[in-house]
Write a protein that binds this ligand. Structure first.
Ligand SMILES: [Zn+2]
Length: 265
């Protein structure tokens, strides 16, 4: 990692209305009765899901998780709908998907890739986290990383590939989570169209909420294919973002310790 000064930003914790997601489950059950039969025959599944979200006044930006509004089995239908529209995109690109054996099933493959793989973090519930009490009362700096991140920018849907380091200073009252869970949570957040600046803030919010530590620090270092493959086509352009919360913000020594440990990797 380049030995340059990392930007330190103070970011206000945004209030996320998770209660909306909970009440949404009830709403879905109610909507399901209406939508299952003839009422919405012919209505695209995406429209039905969108109506449930709007009824709860919830947000459905590219990097939001909307799992609470999707019923079991509906993702298959969503894959089919995306495939149909993707086929239209290929046709508009004047690609002969009939004779070109390489593109014959591209629409289905891309649809499945978006919904089931690379943007799956929008459609599935947060991975379950086993939290255990801080029995040995650890209050030492803990660093997890580098965790590999794979995402895509919300602007062009171009890949973002990089690494993230997470620093946690637990309090004696903190609930700790297993090391592998940091990677699973990170993957869940990154498997959505993202903007790196927002992704680090989202990760920090989530960890603060789950662990209730004295401090959280996150550094993300990534290659943005929308700058390498297109646009300025600068192969070496990278983006580094950091978020410092709590003790990491207030205590320059702690921040320095965290950053110096990253540089040794
Ligand atoms: Zn982009």
């Amino acid at each position: 990692m380049p030995n340059k000064k990392l930007p330190t930003k103070k970011v206000a914790t945004k209030s996320v209305t998770k209660t909306a997601a909970k009440t949404a489950t009830k709403a879905i059950a109610a909507t399901a009765k209406v939508t299952s039969k003839n009422a919405d025959a012919g209505t695209p599944l995406s429209v039905i899901i969108r109506r449930r979200i709007e009824a709860q006044k919830a947000r459905f930006h590219a990097n939001d998780n909307i799992a609470a509004f999707i019923q079991p089995g509906e993702l298959e239908g969503l894959v089919d709908e995306v495939a149909e529209k993707m086929q239209g995109v290929l046709e508009s690109l004047v690609i002969d998907t009939q004779s070109d054996h390489n593109t014959k099933n591209t629409s289905q493959r891309v649809a499945k890739m978006f919904v089931r793989e690379v943007f799956n973090g929008r459609y599935v519930e947060q991975p379950t986290l086993t939290k255990f009490p801080n029995v040995s009362r650890l209050n030492e700096l803990m660093i997890v990383g580098p965790i590999t991140i794979r995402s895509a920018c919300s602007h062009h849907l171009c890949p973002i590939m990089g690494r993230v380091w997470i620093g946690v200073l637990p309090s004696k009252e903190s609930a700790l989570i297993g090391l592998s869970k940091y990677a699973r949570l990170t993957e869940w957040v990154m498997c959505r169209p993202q903007i790196q600046e927002e992704a680090v803030v989202e990760l920090a919010d989530m960890l603060e909420k789950k662990i209730k530590p004295i401090g959280v620090a996150i550094v993300m270092d990534a290659d943005h294919f929308c700058m390498q493959w297109r646009g300025v086509k600068d192969r070496d352009s990278k983006m580094v973002n950091s978020v410092m919360r709590g003790a990491f913000l207030k205590d320059p020594n702690l921040r320095r310790e965290f950053l110096s440990l990253l540089e040794k990797r």
